[in-house]
Design a protein around this ligand. Sequence first.
Ligand code: ADP
Ligand code: MG
Length: 340
Amino acid sequence: MKTFLRGALCAIILTLSIFLASCGDTQTDTASFEAMDTLMSFTVYGDESICDTIQSRILSLDALVDATDENSEIYRLNTAKKATVSADTAALLSNALALCDRLDGSFDITVYPAVQAWGFTTGDYRIPDDNELKTLAESIDYTAVSFDGDGTAFLPEGVMLDLGAVAKGYAADVSGDILRESSAHAAVLNLGGTIRLYGKKPDGSRFKVGIADPQNPAGYFGYLSCGEGVVATSGGYERFFEQDGKRYIHILDPATAAPVDNNIQSVTIVSDNGAFADAASTALFVMGLDKATAYYQNHNDFDFIILTDDNNLYVTEGIYDDFTLSDSYDFTIQKVRSLS
Ligand code: ADP
Ligand code: MG
């Protein structure tokens, strides 16, 4: 999987523009590497050696939870249906299960059999027939996962886990913890579309994050000015195949086991919590605009930017004033208000 995705992933990385004005710092550390099926690139100010530490932490997490890797703990759990996992895997799994609940099942880590059936793990794409989809949809149920929290997990027959929609966000949180214990005072960590912004620039200016244009992922339809936190984007353009003029994207609706097709081009979530931001960018994509708006209004502890197929942008009020449309774009911007 890693090889066939490489070209596409290079493109993904290029779609993310992050501008961190020079901090006037001599101690700058950078890194660029492949992990979690994507390319990651880091810039850290105020610490000369922290990138290596973060990189090895992410690589070891990846080795534990990559469902396609025969040596990973999640692979072992998926095949044996019972496994005692390490503390790292246990923490990510508990976090992910809680997010399935919190996101009302639109994010569901048991989508793996469906992800495989559509060919997203290998690139051998196919369209399962209605009977197969019905069986697959019945197998998607995170409440069937039994995990006692102290390390031993059980899966029923037919159920398999995929932490792909949350692992990068979780890694962004772990990276934030490492940064807090370092001498770094500012950092931009791009974990393949999930971006951790840390600290403060000495000149007091805010970070500026480009949001990829799904029609031309090397460009940005707009920019978000942000403080500390995580900005995570999910888009159909990131991985998909086309057959008979129809596009099938890698984000699946747990209710149908089929790719989501609901007039959304991309969902960006801004939150202090990386695991939430990552999972929610997938979940709100599944929900569609109306349910995503209602979800936001009922929770109110994050912000989003949703771009629909007709080039309307929906931006929640918490970040509305921080968003700037790029010059050549004439998207219509609607402010999404919270109810309180
Ligand atoms: P990316 O990994 O490209 O940034 P996402 O974070 O949206 O995109 O994760 C999508 C991946 O998560 C898919 O490739 C698939 O493995 C898995 N997935 C797809 N749909 C769901 C879903 N509804 N809930 C949880 N995981 C999903
Ligand atoms: Mg995600």
